[in-house]
Design a binder for this molecule. Sequence first.
Ligand SMILES: [Zn+2]
Length: 271
Amino acid sequence: MKSIMKKYKLVLFLSLLIYSCNVVSQDDNDWSQSTITNLEDKITKTEGTIRYFVDPKMSIIERNNLIEMAAEYMKQNLMLIEESYLRDSVYIVLVRDKDEMIKYAGGRISGISMLKDYYVPENMICCIPKVLKHELMHILVLLKWDPLIKKDVKHPDWLTEGLAVYADPKAEDLADLTLEEKYVYFYQNNKLLKLDLLTKFPSISDDPTQIKIAYIQSGYIVQSLVERYGIQKLKELWIGNSDFEGIYGICLEDMIQKIDEELDQKFNRED
Ligand SMILES: [Zn+2]
């Protein structure tokens, strides 16, 4: 009886082992070497409308986690902008670090989102893992909202970046604070950018500290607008030629003053 049990366990163990090997190799087989120009060093897999490109050294577990994470980020971002689905194809190219970004963006930046055109084979995000959710928001808005713009209008970067920062504040350097707490910290220490500088962001200066502040400041302004007036108003601003006063009833400068005054009250009361 004992030896039969032993044999049975051995057979069970071996068949489980064979089964798990099959599962891994099958998963692995879903990935193939990319033949897309400039992405030949990546392996690729398509899942729905998204095609992933990653370093072949990335383990199968990491790759599966990435796909799960991207799907979740996409769902959360769609909910945030009150859109229900994305039918467009998107390439997600995940790079190791900012040095590798030089190849795709010409500089040591964290990420870039581009629509398909003559030079870009498909709607594309290229980024380090940390900013994937941020970049996904950029591409979502480019695909969902930009086609609704009647005239060819370029949005101010505080709005574009602010929406992406609002979608993923964790990608910013917040040192365990919330977006609001970090904004308040800059506000109380007189470090927030003046409006003329903020509206020129990100081409404001070579000062990386100022650029970091601009991202957080923009993110909090967008958060405040969405919390007070809803995402549909922000969408109106996006597709309505950025006519801030026409949409919100007061100019941006007065709106920022209103936000700051409310923070004054909130934080003084809590003190
Ligand atoms: Zn961005």
